[in-house]
Write a protein that binds this ligand. Structure first.
Ligand SMILES: [Cu+2]
Length: 474
């Protein structure tokens, strides 16, 4: 028995991943050069110049990995490694990702393509990659311990399978998952249909991104990996508003936006000004009979959604998670509600002891957007973004869809702020305000309360017994 055969027999269950590496020795000898991208900008769509043609997607603040064709096989090279990700100007995080970024590059293939992915592990611990949603041989599914041994630090493994199902997919580790996903390891995968598909329409613009979340203390660079639910940085593709690119489209374009949720909670994603259809999930295109119009769709943990709409209303339309604390930056969650509390006297007294003391929130939190409060170095502002009419008071999962008549086909550049036709912007009323008529009848209720029928129920007077002189007894 040769060494190789002994190896395969000894690890029967893992033969998938290992034998693929063995059969493609020639390809291994000439590993495709990994392409590294370190800028957080939104890259132009990668027009395929080899392999079968397709309409490329645009990854928000991300990019598509180039490939090479090797005897009809599409070859990619992913490098799992520590990366520095600028989440928004002024705030960088030390994450783990692929090829210089978190998330890693988007992989775009065509239905029926044979795909070979080399994965080099430059992390300090082992890893693996699971190809979420794909039909593939079990041994290529990337579950450490179950379908393959983990990829040890410093080693390269090969995954190889045919992209059988067209649609919207993602990839992420299935080894020390909680840590590796909390550190930002994930990426998008698109399998384009090989021809006209009855349930997949051609669109003019196709945007993709992943939803993720981090727990990074103000002033720190590295996520707290043991956090289970209480994250404080809410991101589209590891970027926060105002660092997230706008989705710039031409008036009349048919637009598709695809997103996957690899955070640890659900996100109701909301588009202003238009209604969309959910045309697909990670399970594939949805049957037409299941499609209805929405303006918000909730996306659960580990799910993907693709939405489609006709961009036929000009303007700068907000697109965001509807959980309002997910559109805010890092903040202390322990701040008590101060709305309506007049604490002027208290503030004065404390200021005597703590010179820089500042009271927050007695008129709401909006002041936080403008306030130049000193924050620790490398900290996301809680509320940020300057719009044409003032502060947007946002952070986290928020961006815009900019619909313009003058946007050229294939031009993804930012057209700037919308110029509103005169008379179409909300304006101040400057006339006399009449005293509002207030109803004085008791509020309606479905049934009388028990107390109302109980004769004994009178106003209860609370008596406080004060201690007598002296301090005995407490
Ligand atoms: Cu959310």
């Amino acid at each position: 028995m040769t060494d190789r055969r002994r190896f395969l027999t000894g690890f029967g269950a893992i033969a998938g991943a290992v034998s693929a590496a063995s059969v493609s020795k020639v390809a291994m000898a000439a590993l495709p050069e990994p392409v590294i991208q370190t800028k957080p900008d939104t890259a132009a769509p990668l027009i395929p110049n080899t392999g079968r043609p397709y309409n490329p997607v645009v990854t928000l603040n991300g990019w598509t990995a180039p490939w090479r064709m090797n005897n009809g096989v599409k070859e990619f090279h992913l490098v799992a490694e520590p990366v520095v990700r600028e989440m928004t100007p002024g705030f960088k995080a030390h994450l783990w990702g692929y090829n210089g970024q978190s998330p890693g590059p988007t992989l775009e293939v065509v239905e029926g393509d044979r795909v070979r992915i080399f994965v080099t592990n430059k992390l300090p611990e082992h890893t693996s990659i699971h190809w979420h949603g794909q039909r593939l041989p079990n041994g290529m599914d990337g579950v450490s311990g179950l379908t393959q041994p983990s990829i040890p630090s410093g080693k390269t493994f090969v995954y190889e399978f045919v992209a059988r199902r067209p649609g919207t997919f993602m990839y992420h580790p299935h080894a020390d998952e909680m840590v590796q996903m909390a550190m930002g390891m994930m990426g998008f995968w698109i399998t384009h249909p090989k021809g006209k598909h009855p349930l997949i329409d051609e669109v003019d613009r196709d945007f993709v991104f992943l939803l993720n979340a981090y727990d990074i203390d103000p002033g720190a660079f590295t996520p707290k990996i043991m956090t289970m639910t209480d994250f404080n940085i809410w991101t589209f593709n590891s970027r926060v508003f105002p660092g997230i690119s706008s989705m710039n489209v031409k008036h009349g374009d048919k637009v598709r936006i695809r997103f996957g949720n690899l955070s640890m909670t659900n996100h109701p994603i909301h588009l202003h000004g238009h209604e969309f259809l959910i045309t697909g999930t990670d399970g594939g295109p949805t049957p037409k009979s299941t499609r209805w119009h929405e303006v918000t769709t909730d996306i659960g943990v580990g799910q993907m959604r693709q939405i489609e709409f006709l961009a036929d209303e000009e303007g700068d339309w907000a697109f965001h998670c509807h959980k309002s604390h997910h559109t805010m930056g890092a903040m202390g969650h322990d701040v008590p509600t101060m709305i309506g509390v007049d604490h002027r006297g208290v503030a004065k007294k404390i200021a005597g002891l703590v010179p820089d003391y500042m009271v927050m929130g007695e008129r709401g939190m909006a002041d936080m957007g403008e306030m130049e409060m000193p924050i620790p170095y490398n900290t996301q502002k809680m509320m940020a973004g300057e719009g044409p009419f003032g502060g947007l008071e946002m952070g986290g999962m928020f961006t815009t869809v900019k619909v313009r008549r003058e946007q050229k086909r294939g031009d993804y550049s930012d057209p700037g702020w919308f110029k509103h036709p005169s008379g179409t912007v909300a304006y101040e009323f400057t006339g006399q305000l009449p005293e509002p008529a207030r109803a004085s009848a008791p509020a309606g209720q479905s049934a009388p309360t028990t107390a109302a029928r109980t004769p004994a129920a009178k106003d209860v007077e609370v008596r406080v017994r004060k201690p007598a002189s002296g301090h005995s007894g407490h």
